[in-house]
Ligand binder design. Structure first.
Ligand SMILES: C[S@@+](CC[C@H](N)C(=O)[O-])C[C@H]1O[C@@H](n2cnc3c(N)ncnc32)[C@H](O)[C@@H]1O
Length: 367
């Protein structure tokens, strides 16, 4: 049965780039649903009852699994099915997507600081990176291994924790590292989770790199003791060292908001740089080694300091193919940030063709 679902968009979505919120939500829906269903469904923007919505057609979305997928999209406020037995009087039937989250929303929202990646945009990046992985359903059962190799104060890690994952993150900035440790410890205490926090030194071959944070958490003692809780690791080091610190082929989805050269510089070759190009060049090989077969990456970039062509050249040299077209997720954040998202997979990804076709679908179906 053909199903038309209306995905109501959160009204507060992307206050900074409101005009781009519709096309962004649509592009995310097509990539994420397309990867899960095998082919991108038709999706168009629509206003209904004075609210912004995406109208999505796909028979596969009638199931509970479909409701969960729709509910997981970063801009979803609510999901309704459109029943048009009588075109004169269409009926909207509410769906009840299962709750995706293991922890309260304040885990993502409490921390505020200059340079924080918008939480909703972070959710979009996480969804897109997970969709590229052949283990994409692990986003819903806690088994997807997710790394943010430029994690700042942990916006991606908090999203991943809320989803029930056990994420890994790394950042060079010691102040960010300490601020995140303090925040998470307090949050876990305040919310009465059973947890352990271990702050140790990160060393490799006897070289001391910086602090390391390992957290274990669970709702009750038994789960924690049995090692069935969630874990989080945050390393304070240069992202180019991650290949030496983490096991090869251990990551399904890599999410990063690359430095824009505005609030954050990019550290590469011993100097701070405006463009993320050099940090990407020196880190991409290591990131590639960390990815499991069938893994993928979603990178947010400022096109003013790193354009698609330059990113493509750097990523291709490390064995990646960018699947998203130039500007697929383009939106203006402010005068100095013209942002896009690059979706890339290793060239030996087993679903390369199927995923590449999603980009072609988007091309022909542009708003
Ligand atoms: C756009 S910010 C990420 C913000 C993060 N998503 C958040 O919400 O907190 C980019 C981050 O890259 C980090 N960075 C830049 N060069 C680095 C390098 N070579 N190794 C590790 N981190 C680096 C900066 O310290 C900064 O935190």
């Amino acid at each position: 049965m053909e199903t038309t679902s209306l995905l109501l968009r959160a009204p507060s979505a992307n206050r900074v780039y409101t005009a781009a919120a519709g096309p962004l939500a649509r592009a995310e829906a097509r990539w994420v649903l397309g990867a899960h269903l095998g082919t991108a469904p038709e999706a168009r923007e629509r206003r209904i009852g004075g609210m912004d919505a995406l109208e999505i057609h796909a028979s596969e979305l009638a199931s509970d699994e479909g409701a969960r997928l729709l509910g997981s999209l970063s801009a979803t406020l609510g999901v309704l099915d459109l029943v048009e037995d009588d075109p004169e009087t269409p009926v909207l039937r509410p769906r009840n997507p299962p709750d995706l989250f293991r922890h309260p929303a304040d885990l993502e929202t409490i921390l505020k600081y200059p340079g924080k990646t918008n939480e909703q945009f972070t959710a979009l990046l996480v969804n897109l990176a997970a969709a590229l992985s052949t283990r994409r359903s692990g986003l819903f059962d806690g088994s997807l291994s997710l790394l943010d190799p430029l994690c700042g104060r942990g916006t991606t890690l908090n999203r991943a924790l809320r989803l029930g994952l056990s994420p890994l993150g790394a950042d060079l900035d010691r102040t960010d590292h300490e601020a995140y440790r303090a925040f998470l410890s307090t949050w876990l205490r305040d919310h009465r989770y059973k947890h352990t926090v271990s702050a140790t030194a990160l060393t490799v071959h006897g070289e001391r790199l910086g602090p390391r944070l390992d957290v274990e958490l669970a709702a009750d003692k038994q789960t924690l003791r049995a090692g069935r809780g969630q874990s989080l690791t945050m390393l304070c080091c240069d992202t180019t060292r991650l290949g030496e610190l983490l096991p090869a082929r251990s990551v399904d989805a890599l999410v990063a908001d690359l430095p824009y050269g505005v609030q954050h510089g990019a550290r590469a070759d011993g100097a701070w740089q405006r463009s993320a190009r050099e940090v990407l060049r020196s880190a991409a090989d290591g990131w590639r080694r960390l990815l499991r077969d069938g893994g993928g990456l979603a990178l947010a970039v400022n096109r003013r300091t790193l354009d698609h062509e330059a990113a493509d050249e750097v990523l291709a040299a490390a064995g990646f193919r960018i699947l998203s077209r130039d500007g697929a997720f383009r939106h203006r954040v402010d005068r100095s940030i013209d942002r896009d998202v690059l979706l890339a997979v290793p060239t030996d990804h087993p679903q390369l063709e199927q995923l590449s076709a999603l980009d072609a679908d988007q091309e022909t179906d542009r708003p």
